[in-house]
Design a protein around this ligand. Structure first.
Ligand SMILES: C[S@@+](CC[C@H](N)C(=O)[O-])C[C@H]1O[C@@H](n2cnc3c(N)ncnc32)[C@H](O)[C@@H]1O
Length: 221
């Protein structure tokens, strides 16, 4: 699918500058809150970090987890991830999050994905979630974390929405430092939308909204 190919290429080319998003001064309070939450949530778990990128969150998770397995379609960000220091056993593998073909013996007690939900077309979300759940142990813990759209009033704005397509996905034009521009899906779901999608497949749903990020926790039903 073309939109998936563009997303992969965009993140491959953005790798050298990716971690700058974690240095934005206005976001530091939220990031510190997220780090505390993530460490608490994953204590003692075998965690699958989906679309792990440069391993920013894998490092945080590893400070309390039993093990972390990062999966990303691009090897360039994972080469960066391998340079970090981790607090528990960790492995990285190149793989497509939409395929999630993991051996059964590796069933994880928890999954995490940061900055990934927003890139999944609305029509593909349910299929993605069901596939993810099948890679996990029964009643596994699942956590997603992603951006809230910020309109710029009183702070730095999100990249503007370039268009909204027929199924309601929002798109943004993103420029990498080489000057190349990519148009990618970037959705900003509401708590209600997420709850509706999870109805029947998740329990103990908890939604936390900060200023720049939301965090969703649930257990697979
Ligand atoms: C917004 S980044 C998030 C990286 C990391 N989770 C973080 O929050 O710092 C999205 C990541 O998704 C990866 N990606 C894109 N398409 C993918 C796919 N089909 N399967 C797995 N990873 C994919 C990109 O390579 C990129 O590292």
């Amino acid at each position: 699918m073309e939109h998936r190919r563009v997303l992969v290429e965009y993140y491959d080319k953005r790798t050298p500058e990716f971690d700058r998003i974690y240095e934005i001064p206005e976001r530091q309070k939220d990031i510190a809150t997220l780090k505390d939450l993530v460490r608490k949530i994953f204590a003692g778990h075998d965690v699958l970090d989906v679309a792990c990128g440069t391993g920013y969150w894998a490092e945080v998770i590893s400070q309390s987890a039993k093990s972390v397995t990062g999966i990303d379609i691009n090897s360039a960000p994972m080469d960066e991830a391998r340079k970090r220091t981790y607090g528990c056993p960790i492995s990285f593998r190149v793989g497509d999050a939409f395929e999630m073909q993991l051996p059964a013996k590796e069933r994880f007690t928890a999954a995490f994905a940061s900055g990934w939900w927003s890139h999944i077309p609305k029509s593909e979300l349910k299929t993605f979630l069901l596939k993810l759940h099948r890679a996990l142990q029964p009643h596994a813990l699942v956590v997603f974390c992603d951006n809230i759209f910020v309109d710029g009033l009183g702070g730095p704005a999100s990249t503007p929405i370039s268009r909204r397509d027929a199924e309601g996905n929002t798109w943004q034009k993103r420029k990498v430092s080489s000057g190349e521009t990519f148009e990618i899906i970037k959705n900003f779901p509401t708590k209600e939308e997420v709850e509706q999608l999870l109805a029947g497949v998740a329990v103990e749903i908890r939604w936390t909204a900060l200023q720049y990020f939301w965090l969703l926790e649930y257990r697979v039903k």
